[in-house]
Design a protein around this ligand. Structure first.
Ligand code: GUN
Length: 286
């Protein structure tokens, strides 16, 4: 019987703990404050940022979304980010991605001071991740951190396992490969130029798909004798507004041991990790 790995029980089990951390901070005069810069009016980004705000406020924290006009110049954008992120009392700052064309080449992580970088995209935070700071004294990219939270919650072993990641983005694939390597997984990082992808996926105990290509992973990639776990990072929207992932869920679900759904799988854990990073940043100011 295939296990469907939902985020909900994980969120429920950690919510109280996060709430009590916020209460402790508040009793010390610190209200954790996340500031989000949202450029333009991309509908998906509007929903994601609204969900982040709702979750942080639900814990008792503060979150403001600063809207920036779509056609802002690079120079004005950099000045704006500098001023927004230097306001006293802000503990975490993130620039919602993707950015409009004229800004899309920017190294956003390095526009933000490392201590506020709750997205884990600053070079310093990325470097700490690569060095394998197991104390977790830095902010780790949110989706990778959420995936490890999910694997741990469902007792899916990482150490010694063959893990195939498809997608080498800076926000998911690359930091995830470091995080899982630090946890002693044997990681293969595949991408659009990988030859014979099926060779790598069929050899994996865990397959993680993060390429933004709807229903990409199908049964021919799999090896049913390996009892594989499938983690779907994709969020794609059909013309009718239905959400689905990078995995063809209906096609593969009978051939695997465990699989995350879309929606309700990895997505909510990204926000949970963001809250964890924010609280850690706020605790450091005590
Ligand atoms: N857009 C989609 N996912 C993310 C994320 O984790 N962080 C930021 N900043 N933008 C995103």
């Amino acid at each position: 019987m295939t296990r469907v790995l939902y985020a909900r029980p994980i969120k429920e089990s950690l919510h109280l703990n996060l709430k009590s951390t916020v209460q402790k901070l508040k009793s010390n005069g610190v209200t954790p404050w996340l500031r989000v810069a949202l450029v333009g009016d991309d509908p998906a980004s509007q929903i994601y940022t609204k969900n982040k705000k709702k979750f942080i406020e639900g814990l008792g924290g503060k979150c403001d979304i600063v809207h920036i006009e779509e056609d802002i110049t690079e120079q004005s954008f950099k000045a704006k980010i500098k001023s927004l992120s230097s306001e006293k009392g802000v503990h975490g700052f993130l620039i919602q991605l993707p950015l409009p064309k004229q800004l899309s080449h920017l190294d956003v992580g390095n526009l933000i001071p490392p201590s506020l970088d709750v997205d884990g995209l600053n070079s310093l935070n990325m470097g700490e991740l690569l060095k394998g700071d197991m104390k977790g004294n830095f902010s780790c990219a949110c989706t990778p951190k959420g995936i490890v939270t999910l694997l741990d919650y469902y007792d899916i072993p990482i150490s010694g396992k063959n893990i195939c990641i498809i997608g080498r983005s800076l926000i998911v694939g690359k930091p995830l490969s470091a995080l899982l390597t630090n946890r002693s997984g044997t990681v293969t990082l595949c991408h659009s130029k990988t030859e014979n992808l099926q060779y790598h996926t069929s050899n994996a105990d865990i397959i993680i798909v993060a390429i933004g290509s709807p229903k990409f992973l199908k049964t021919h990639h799999l090896n049913p004798s390996k009892n594989q776990t499938i983690i779907d990072v994709g969020i794609n929207k059909s013309k009718e507004g239905k959400l689905f992932g990078d995995v063809d869920f209906e096609n593969v679900k009978e051939s695997v041991a465990a699989i995350t759904p879309v929606p309700g799988g990895v997505g909510p854990l990204t926000i949970l990790s963001l809250a964890q990073n924010l609280l850690q940043a706020a605790e450091k100011t005590l």
